[in-house]
Design a protein around this ligand. Structure first.
Ligand code: 4NP
Length: 165
């Protein structure tokens, strides 16, 4: 079966938040039996950690829940990702701004992809939080996991609805 929805999570370094979201979302998609229909990846707007596995704090969270991150390695967001993904989910508002700048830079200020790029926290408007907090300095991976789990569940239900539309 061809993939019907392609999802890319984006943060700054692609070692803390977006790989956590990628792994958690993949686990939910597998449980829902949709791994043939939904493709999942993550990337960072920065280039410092290219090729590295997820941060120890992210790995610990995933290990404690029995969620695999096998083979995951950081990569940088690229202009070409605009055409490869249907849902570009940015972990904070700065990531979203940077993603939009990279995309617009290539095509003269008009993304033409309305609604494809959005923030992770826009999935959970009731929480009134703009950004998934960056745990790289705070070390608070627990709160990131809680938000990631809630947001990924919401994203899956939205994609399931979109696939049926
Ligand atoms: P992430 O966290 O964007 O959630 O992966 C960070 C990782 C690395 C850096 C900043 C944030 N850094 O400055 O290297």
């Amino acid at each position: 079966m061809t993939k019907q929805a392609r999802v890319l999570f984006v943060c700054l370094g692609n070692i803390c938040r977006s790989p956590m979201a990628e792994a958690v979302f993949r686990s939910m998609v597998q449980k829902a039996g949709l791994e043939q229909a939904i493709e999942i990846d993550s990337a960072g707007t920065g280039d410092w950690h290219i090729g590295r596995p997820p941060h120890e704090g992210t790995r610990k969270q995933l290990d404690s829940k029995g969620i695999s991150y096998s083979g995951m390695k950081a990569r940088q967001f690229a202009k070409a990702d605009r055409d490869k993904f249907d849902y570009i989910v940015c972990m904070d508002t700065k990531n979203e701004k940077d993603v939009l700048a990279i995309i617009e830079d290539d095509i003269g200020g008009d993304t033409g992809r309305e609604g494809r790029v959005f923030t992770f926290m826009s999935l959970l408007p009731e929480l009134n939080i703009a950004d998934v907090p960056d745990p790289y300095y705070s070390g608070n991976f627990d709160e990131v996991y809680e938000l990631v789990e809630q947001g990924c569940a919401k994203l899956l239900s939205e994609i399931q609805r979109d696939l049926q539309a």
